[in-house]
Design a protein around this ligand. Structure first.
Ligand SMILES: [Zn+2]
Length: 299
C-alpha cells in the first residue's frame, strides 16, 4: 500500500462528531471532487472507503446520495455522480453556492466551529490530495482546478499554522508543502496521526543513515588525503635517489625517515615516528618530511 493510500485510509476512517464538521468535510470532498458546478457534481476515487464516506456524508448533510457509475475508460475505481438537477440544487443550496460560479470560491460560512477547518481540509485532501512516500521525498499537495479557490485556501491554511505554496500545473492550481515538519503538521491537523508518526520514523532512520554516510565519506576523504600525501612523499624520495644516486645527500635524521617511508608507503606519520630509533613525535616526523620535500625540489 502506498503512503498516500495509507494516509487516505486513515483519514477516511475519521468520522467528525459534530454536524457542522460533517458538513465541512462533505463540502471539502465535494469541492475537491472531479466536478462541482452547473455541469455536474461528481467525485472519482480508487478507494471504496472514500466512495462510501462521500455517499454517506452527502446523504447526511444534503439529503441526497450520488450514483455510482462506471468510471471513464482507463480510470480505475469509483465514479460517483449526482445526476438529478434537484439534487444539484439541494447540494448547492446546502453549501451556499449557486452552481453557476465561473471560478469557485471557498464559502467560509461552511466552517462554523473550531474543528471545521480540519474537517474541511480532510475532505479536500481525500478527494484532491496526495502525499509522496517519505522514503522518496517530502511532498504533500492539494490539486484544485479553480483559481479563486486556490487563492482562498492559503489564508485558511495560515490560520491553521500551515504555510502552503501554490504552483500552476496544466491548468490546475497545486497547493503544496515541501518541508517535512509542515507535512507532519498538516497530516496531524487533518487527523492522520498514524501517518505522521510513520513519517517521523522514516525521517529519523533516513537522518541516521545520512549521518553515518557523512561520517564514512569524511573518513574516506581523510584516508584519501593521507594516501595522496604518502604518495607525494614517496615520489620525492624516489626523485632524490634518481637525482643524487641514493639517499646519502640527505642529513642522517632525514635519510632515516626517507628510507622508512620508502619501505612503508602505508604508514601514518605517527607510525613512522614510532618506528624511528629513537622514536620521534608525529610533528617531528612532519617537519622532517617537509625538509625532505623541500630537498627534493632543489635537486
Ligand atoms: Zn465543526
Amino acid at each position: 500500500m502506498s503512503f498516500a493510500t495509507q494516509v487516505k485510509a486513515e483519514l477516511a476512517a475519521v468520522r467528525p462528531a459534530l454536524p457542522c464538521c460533517r458538513k465541512a468535510q462533505a463540502y471539502g470532498m465535494a469541492q475537491g471532487g472531479h466536478a462541482f458546478g452547473y455541469a455536474g457534481i461528481s467525485l472519482q476515487t480508487e478507494s471504496a472507503a472514500i466512495a462510501a464516506l462521500y455517499a454517506e456524508l452527502l446523504q447526511q448533510v444534503c439529503g441526497c446520495g450520488p450514483l455510482v457509475r462506471q468510471p471513464p475508460a482507463g480510470v480505475r475505481g469509483f465514479h460517483l455522480v449526482t445526476a438529478d438537477p434537484a439534487d444539484h440544487r439541494r447540494i448547492f443550496d446546502t453549501f451556499g453556492h449557486t452552481g453557476r460560479e465561473v471560478s469557485l470560491r471557498l464559502n467560509r460560512a461552511n466552517l462554523e466551529c473550531e474543528q471545521c477547518a480540519a474537517a474541511y481540509l480532510r475532505g479536500l485532501f481525500l478527494s484532491c490530495g496526495t502525499v509522496t512516500s517519505p522514503e522518496r521525498g517530502y511532498h504533500l499537495e492539494f490539486c484544485v482546478p479553480y483559481y479563486n479557490l486556490s487563492r482562498d485556501l492559503p489564508p485558511l491554511f495560515a490560520e491553521c499554522g500551515l504555510h502552503v505554496r501554490t504552483v500552476r500545473r496544466k491548468g490546475d492550481y497545486v497547493l503544496y508543502f515541501k518541508e517535512s515538519e509542515q507535512i507532519e503538521d498538516c497530516l496531524t491537523f487533518m487527523g492522520a496521526v498514524g501517518a505522521t508518526l510513520e513519517l517521523m520514523n522514516v525521517k529519523m532512520v533516513k537522518d541516521i543513515r545520512n549521518k553515518t554516510n557523512r561520517v564514512i565519506n569524511c573518513e574516506n576523504a581523510n584516508i584519501g588525503k593521507t594516501a595522496a600525501a604518502a604518495a607525494a612523499q614517496l615520489a620525492a624520495v624516489r626523485h632524490i635517489i634518481q637525482a643524487t644516486g641514493g639517499l646519502d645527500a640527505l642529513p642522517p635524521e632525514l635519510r632515516e625517515v626517507a628510507r622508512l617511508r620508502q619501505d612503508n608507503p602505508d604508514m601514518s606519520l605517527r607510525e613512522l615516528g614510532e618506528a624511528l630509533d629513537p622514536p620521534v613525535s608525529r610533528s617531528g616526523v612532519y617537519h622532517r618530511i617537509h625538509r625532505i620535500l623541500a630537498f627534493a625540489q632543489e635537486v
